[in-house]
Ligand binder design. Structure first.
Ligand SMILES: NC(=O)c1ccc[n+]([C@@H]2O[C@H](COP(=O)([O-])OP(=O)(O)OC[C@H]3O[C@@H](n4cnc5c(N)ncnc54)[C@H](OP(=O)(O)O)[C@@H]3O)[C@@H](O)[C@H]2O)c1
Length: 276
């Protein structure tokens, strides 16, 4: 059941068209409610803790029930343990959100997995799981939550991508491709819902100090840039969502690498071959 009165459902053509600036201004901030995937660890957990400080009611999604319990206790949020690779998981998550939160003001899509090593030896199962968690699950969840946001004429969607998706990192071929898919998804979605009250923000973090590297089976070995605390990424990306930003690079200077990549690909490739 919705916690707020909602205008009667309109067909797509008759829904009101409003400007991007007004979209950002009309969606409430801090959000009253948020559905956060990946809330049991790392960046998603940090985002849930930050949102709770602002009084946002959350539904915390992950697989690890013990870790979710800890975040739920710290935030007062609801928790829902599920594997996002399961068929129908997005429907179950969305209906749990409606039941426990009512309207979802903010959808934070942080669940993700990495993979490192030569692409040619990556197992087909690992490849399938990676694409399912990193690409299909966020798309399915947006698909499940977006119609109600459009009906209300407000809502915010935050996708956690990666600089790897903008640059293409050797040794992380499948991961880079999955995060590049989110770049295209966010761009196209933003364009499609433009003027209808929805903010779509893509965060592109560099290395973040979370269990991500241990889980993928390859530690973060670069001496520079240093891996950032997840709380910094959470603060920056949520501030970007509040502003209605399309993209949030953390750290911000990493967007320069993407600009070189876009403007002068041969130069970028030469530099990447030298610096890795
Ligand atoms: N760490 C980095 O350097 C870095 C850099 C750029 C982008 N990112 C992106 O940031 C996001 C968060 O990563 P992180 O660093 O916070 O990693 P993390 O600490 O390993 O957290 C990953 C989260 O995703 C959830 N998850 C993974 N597979 C799942 C599945 N099948 N079903 C449901 N939930 C699942 C995990 O839940 P359980 O633990 O409960 O299984 C966990 O909450 C990811 O999308 C990642 O690609 C990370």
């Amino acid at each position: 059941m919705s916690t707020r009165s909602r205008p009667a459902v309109q067909d797509r053509a008759s829904r009101p068209v409003i400007s991007r600036a007004r979209a950002a201004a009309s969606a409430p901030w801090p959000p009253r409610t948020a559905l956060v995937t990946g809330a049991s660890s790392g960046i998603g957990r940090a985002a849930a803790l930050r949102l709770a400080q602002d009084g946002t009611k959350t539904l915390l999604v992950g697989r690890n029930g013990v870790a979710l319990d800890e975040v739920a206790a710290a935030t007062g949020g609801h928790r829902f343990a599920t594997d996002l690779t399961a068929v129908g998981a997005e429907t179950a998550v969305a209906s749990r959100a409606t039941e426990l939160l009512g309207d979802v003001d903010l959808l934070v899509l942080s669940a993700g997995i990495g993979a490192a090593g030569p692409f040619e030896v990556m197992s087909p199962n690992a490849l399938r799981d990676l694409v399912t968690v990193n690409v299909l699950a966020p798309m399915m969840l947006v698909r499940a939550v977006l119609p109600a946001m459009l009906d209300r004429g407000e809502g915010r969607i935050l996708l956690v991508g990666s600089v790897a998706g903008a640059l293409g990192v050797r040794g992380e071929v499948a991961y880079s491709a999955s995060k590049a898919a989110l770049v295209g998804f966010a761009d196209a979605l933003r364009s499609e819902v433009r003027g209808r009250g929805i903010v779509v923000t893509l965060c592109l973090p560099g290395a973040v100090d979370t269990p991500f590297f241990h889980r993928r089976g390859a530690p973060y070995v670069r001496r520079w840039p240093k891996a950032m605390p997840p709380s910094r990424v959470a603060d920056r990306m949520l501030a970007g969502v509040a502003r209605g930003s399309a993209e949030v690079w953390v750290p911000g200077w990493m967007s320069l690498a993407a600009r070189v990549h876009g403007a002068a690909p041969p130069l970028y490739r030469r530099l990447a071959n030298v610096f890795g």
